[in-house]
Design a binder for this molecule. Structure first.
Ligand SMILES: [Zn+2]
Length: 492
């Protein structure tokens, strides 16, 4: 696809590797056979997925918009993509290190439900968010509990040289591998200070790869192992599933920046132990930054949990949140506010209106001149560590150029393969703010507006004002003279 966009050689894809802390040109593990369409270069990507004990927060979903943007970029650049996202349904403690309880067991106890039902319920909720945000389906959703036998085999293979057994489980000795924690920024201070001590651990950073069920207890999820009944550790799951589905090593491992300090260093330590090498398991490790909410107003005071469904209930199209993610570079913090979401929605509306006006052009030259700089500029920005903010701006400038005629639509289609904003399908009506709590229907609003227009035409301003007040009382803001041509909107 990248090659199709321009005759000039496509710029190489550069990605920021958290492991080396610099931009690197992407060199696939499986480069294919140049010039042979049956053997394209491959990109194999593993993304740490959700622990399905609760609804995903929109901040969690930023990680999957990022991983999806990476996957779309790799497809755009001509790589055959194999993407894996795991579902952690066992083994993730309430603390990333070894303290706390299993998140799923805890949720099951609190809700007095079967742990399997809870996992299914929240997996489906996560998949609904994936769909709402137009995140492409990965090649595999790997479910942790499907891989327990392989996890036990992996642990057996490294147990003698790299692990020691305590009453609570089988622990990985982090001093047995070279450069433990090289991925983390502060492995010795910040990282370790967050780890609660477990009796008998040789080093604070050592971690459980198998957790034994305490004697006298019965867990809903437990398996037999050489170390007794128990469950795999969360870190072990990702090492095992990534290798099982993508081989060793594979190309790119992604996750939220919080995984850079404990989870991913521990995966790397296991991978080094299992491969008897210094190989981290992935050529490039990529991390998206946090979503922050400085006002502190949203989730706490109102008791509202900030998830995609809440945005939808308040009337926002979920792709406005996707655009909000793309407006920031994935390595920058993204600040969330309702005003910011509203601004992203307005920007999305402008794009959709740009598409509508490009559609009205009836030139007979749909494959007309496209200045090379548009395509090249776009490819260059997106190839520069997924420069979505600049690439979005290039697309908008392109849409506004009436001299390009209807060729804008085919350019837009190519560019939107990266953004995933569905710009050729979205309509103005799709993007109206429509709060779930609204008591008035769109047909009712439109009917009142027609009567108001008639009253104004007849200079009956008393009736026109009365109708406007009626709309305001129902939460409808009448937008006379709105530059985007929106006649009204419902208050969120
Ligand atoms: Zn993981």
């Amino acid at each position: 696809m990248g090659q199709a966009m321009t005759d000039a050689p496509a710029p190489p894809l550069k990605l920021f590797n958290s492991l080396t802390r610099r931009l690197e040109i992407f060199e696939p593990v499986h480069p294919g056979v140049p010039g042979d369409p049956a053997n394209p270069p491959e990109a194999r990507v593993y993304s740490c997925g959700p622990t399905v004990y609760n609804y995903p927060h929109i901040g969690n979903m930023r990680a999957y918009v990022f991983a999806d943007t990476l996957g779309r970029t790799l497809s755009f650049k001509g790589y055959k993509l194999t993407h894996v996202i795991n579902i952690t349904d066992v083994g993730h403690l309430t603390d990333d290190a070894d303290a706390g309880e299993d998140k799923l067991e805890k949720a099951a106890a609190e809700k007095a439900q079967s742990i399997w039902d809870i996992a299914r319920h929240y997996t489906e909720a996560y998949w609904a968010d994936v769909k709402a945000l137009n995140i492409r389906q990965p090649a595999h959703w790997s479910i942790a509990t499907d891989y327990v036998p392989q996890m036990i085999e992996f642990a057996k293979a490294i147990a003698d040289k790299h692990c020691y057994e305590l009453d609570s489980g089988l622990y990985f000795d982090t001093s047995t591998v070279a450069d433990y924690g090289r991925l983390a920024r502060h492995a010795t201070d910040e990282g370790e200070s967050r780890i609660d001590p477990v009796d008998g651990k040789r080093h604070p950073a050592d971690f459980a790869i198998w957790r034994k069920t305490p004697s006298g207890e019965k867990r809903q999820m437990e398996w037999d192992s050489p170390w007794g009944k128990g469950a795999p550790g969360w870190h072990l799951e990702c090492s095992v599933m990534s290798e099982a589905l993508l081989g060793f090593p594979f190309d790119i491992h992604t996750g939220g920046i919080d995984h850079r300090e404990i989870h991913h260093p521990n995966e790397i330590a296991q991978n080094q132990a299992h491969s008897c090498s210094a190989d981290s398991g992935a050529r490039i490790w990529m991390h998206n930054n946090f979503l922050v909410e400085r006002s502190g107003k949203m989730s706490k005071s109102s008791g509202e949990f900030l998830r995609v469904q809440l945005l939808i209930d308040k009337g926002y199209h979920p792709l406005a949140y996707r655009l909000m993610c793309l407006q920031a570079h994935y390595r920058s913090e993204l600040e969330f506010s309702w005003e910011g979401l509203g601004a992203a929605l307005t920007r999305l509306k402008r794009m959709v209106m740009g598409v509508a006006s490009a559609r009205q052009v009836t030139d007979k030259n749909p494959h007309g001149n496209v200045p090379d700089d548009i395509r090249e500029g776009f490819d260059r920005e997106i190839s520069n560590d997924l420069g979505t903010p600049a690439a979005l701006a290039i697309m908008e400038v392109m849409l506004g150029r009436s001299d390009l005629g209807s060729v804008r639509l085919s350019l837009l289609e190519e560019m939107d393969q990266i953004f995933g904003l569905d710009l050729l399908k979205l309509t103005r009506a799709d993007l109206r703010i429509r709060p779930k709590a609204a008591t008035i229907t769109e047909a009712e609003i439109e009917a009142i507006l027609i009567r108001r227009k008639e009253a104004r035409a007849a200079k009956d301003f008393a009736t026109s004002d009365k109708l406007r007040d009626e709309l305001i009382a129902a939460g409808v803001e009448v937008m006379d003279g709105d530059p985007l041509g929106w006649d009204w909107r419902l208050e969120a």
